[in-house]
Design a protein around this ligand. Structure first.
Ligand SMILES: Cc1cc2nc3c(=O)[nH]c(=O)nc-3n(C[C@H](O)[C@H](O)[C@H](O)COP(=O)(O)OP(=O)(O)OC[C@H]3O[C@@H](n4cnc5c(N)ncnc54)[C@H](O)[C@@H]3O)c2cc1C
Length: 324
């Protein structure tokens, strides 16, 4: 069992963690990134990315994070393949235990454990991911310009995704398994007032159906939750919008989490209530959830970590000087 020490311990290797690593390494903090079960994060399970600045052509999600990782390593980051299973935030240094049994000790801690979209878990959903089935309208809505799409869900996420998709599609259908929505009233009002959105009530998804010719989504097989009747609803794209689950199990009882489990930070900053502990990316942001915003807050976390260390060292030197 090895003990790894660093001035900046980063948990998570998606765009937030890797950007924090790039900034941390360039500030001389010799960061360690513990990668977790999904090295590279959520972008590794998508294909086309068309909205990350700097690329005129469509790029691939896995390629983008590989480039981020290569850059982080190039400037001095150590990438370690482990998953944190226990964490001690009592400080002044922060200790994490990996699944491997190794211990990681950081003068600062950057939490970048991200979030995962919740899926329905029905047949065809996984197989048709990137071929008509998505969990992110902001990311993939553009690919359905002028096409017919459905959104599955009944909460805020589903209504927001449906409204967003009207920017691209004139034919948006919201499918919900109950006869009323859970979304906030103001969102419901906007949804019902929109002429481009139809709601199908009391319909669950039995499975996703592929086109036999091209293997792309053909439609959704619905099951009426009252009569049990099955029917095929043809569509070009299906957006599963039943929420996201932030990866914050480790931090329960140690950091403040909001009602949905996201880490609470000081507004406009990545600072948690514990000095030296920062959170960035999707684990603290349930609103924007984009690679570029995750990278942005990763940058902020590293800059704040560097300032925190500099200030702590200055105060320690001053105290030592005063003591003579
Ligand atoms: C299908 C899909 C398509 C998308 N398309 C786009 C797009 O086109 N454009 C765009 O901007 N955004 C897109 N997104 C959103 C984007 O991927 C996320 O906003 C972004 O990846 C969030 O980055 P993050 O670093 O905060 O977290 P994540 O990418 O979720 O990474 C989290 C990291 O934390 C690690 N981790 C978790 N728990 C632990 C632990 N206990 N120990 C160690 N490590 C741990 C994981 O292994 C992972 O490396 C898409 C998302 C999905 C799911």
């Amino acid at each position: 069992m090895t003990e790894h020490t660093t001035r900046m311990l980063i948990v998570g290797s998606g765009p937030a963690g890797l950007t924090a690593a790039i900034y941390g390494a360039r500030a001389g903090l010799q960061p360690i990134v513990v990668q977790g079960l999904q090295p590279g994060g959520q972008l590794t399970i998508t294909t086309d990315v068309e909205n990350y600045p700097g690329f005129r052509d469509v790029i691939q999600g896995p390629w983008l994070v590989q480039e981020m990782e290569a850059q982080a390593v190039h400037v001095g980051t150590r990438m370690l393949w482990d998953t944190i299973v226990e964490i001690d935030l009592t400080g002044p240094r922060f200790t994490a235990i990996g699944d491997s049994g190794d211990t990681y000790v950081g003068d600062t801690l950057v939490i970048a454990t991200g979030a995962q979209a919740k899926w329905l878990g029905v047949p065809g959903e996984h197989e048709l991911g990137g071929k008509g089935v998505s969990a992110c309208a902001t990311c993939d809505g553009f690919f359905y310009r002028g096409k017919k799409v459905v959104v599955i869900g009944g909460g805020n996420t589903a209504v927001e995704e449906a409204l967003y998709l009207t920017n691209h599609s004139h034919d948006v259908t919201l499918i919900h398994r109950r006869d009323s929505l859970r979304a906030e009233k103001i969102l419901q009002d906007r949804l019902f007032a929109h002429t481009g959105i139809t709601v199908l009530w009391n319909k669950g998804i039995d499975h996703f159906v592929a086109h036999p010719e091209d293997g792309h989504l053909k439609g959704v097989k619905l099951i009426d939750t009252i009569t049990g009747e099955h029917s095929l609803y043809e569509t070009d794209g299906a957006f599963v919008a039943i929420g996201h689950a932030p990866a914050t199990e480790l931090f329960k009882g140690k950091l403040e989490l909001d009602a949905n489990g996201y880490i609470v930070v000081e507004p406009g900053t990545p600072k948690t209530a514990i000095p030296g502990v920062f959170a960035c990316g999707d684990v603290m942001d349930h609103t924007y959830r984009q690679a570029v915003t995750a990278a942005g807050t990763g940058c902020m976390a590293a800059l704040d970590a560097e300032r925190y260390l500099a200030e702590r060292e200055y105060l320690a030197e001053k105290a030592a000087f005063a003591e003579g």
